[in-house]
Design a protein around this ligand. Structure first.
Ligand code: ADP
Ligand code: MG
Length: 265
């Protein structure tokens, strides 16, 4: 299945009186690796949820593969949602279940009922699950309970759950925010490597930009719901990045921790 392209024309999204995104126009070609940055409350998660089909725009036009998403049938929307996977900071794994069961859990809605029943009773699809876990370096934990794993290992299980469905697009929404710097870097590299190997469209929202920048094609910056930065990764201006975070809480955090100008975690 081909990776999706996206087109936004003056897309806006409000929640009651609160404006989360305003007049965003942007094109994302199929298979592009995009870093998404901006201060907290900028509208990053809202943009991700719109692209993944979890939210609908309030105004404007949102197209996937050239087709207007708002005109899709329920079935077409379900298909799109099933082909997009969001990896978040809170991975919402079921801690009482095994790594194996958590890995297949994201896929249950796409299986017939008898396969879901079988999955509850026996470890089905053992080899496929093992292959995904192996690519993430956690195959030896396949039948351990998730509650016995470290934070970094749990985040790898969340990645395995996303990859098990063979997604066409991956949206990583600050997936490493609760991990220590070394684990965060390792998890970031795994997501980027997997996205590249699979040719999916990837939007990676992070404040740990230095780990993403060498591997991504483009950097998009949002602030107060507006698109204020759109640059090829290789031409990203430190000044533009500095402006993006000016007077934000993250900027103060950056000064406190003395980070190097591209990282805010
Ligand atoms: P970011 O991910 O950049 O931190 P979000 O997209 O989560 O920003 O939020 C953008 C703005 O929209 C914020 O002001 C936030 O409070 C608001 N917002 C997001 N989701 C909701 C929601 N479900 N209900 C109400 N307000 C929301
Ligand atoms: Mg967010």
């Amino acid at each position: 299945m081909k990776a999706p392209s996206f087109q936004l024309k003056n897309v806006g999204r409000t929640f009651g009186a609160r404006v989360a995104l305003r007049q965003v126009s942007i094109e994302i070609p199929a298979g592009q690796i995009v870093a998404l940055v901006g201060p907290s409350g900028a509208g990053k998660s809202t943009l991700i949820r719109l692209l993944a089909g979890v939210l609908k725009p309030t105004t404007g036009h949102l197209l996937a593969d050239g087709k207007e998403m708002t005109s899709w049938s329920w079935r077409e929307m379900q298909k799109h949602r099933g082909s997009c996977r969001i990896i978040e900071q809170s991975h919402l794994l079921v801690s009482q279940l095994s790594v194996h069961q958590n890995t297949i859990s994201g896929h249950l809605a796409l299986w017939p009922w008898y396969k879901v029943m079988a999955a509850a009773l026996w470890p089905i699809e053992k080899e496929r699950v093992r292959a995904v876990l192996d690519s993430l370096g956690i195959a030896e934990h396949q039948f351990r309970s998730v509650s016995e794993l470290s934070g970094g290992q749990m985040q790898r299980v969340a990645i395995a759950r996303a990859l098990f469905s063979d997604p066409r697009a991956i949206f990583a929404d600050e997936p490493t925010a609760s991990l220590d710097p070394n684990t965060a870097k390792a998890v970031t590299e795994i997501i980027l490597a997997q996205a590249k190997a699979r040719g999916v469209t990837l939007m990676f929202c992070t404040n740990l930009l230095s780990a993403v920048l060498p591997q991504c094609d483009r950097v998009i910056g949002l602030r107060d719901g507006e698109l204020v930065l759109d640059s090829p990764a290789s031409l990203l201006s430190p000044l533009a990045l500095k402006r993006l975070y000016e007077n934000s809480d993250e900027r103060q955090l950056m000064a406190t921790h003395g980070t190097n100008g591209t990282d805010l975690e």
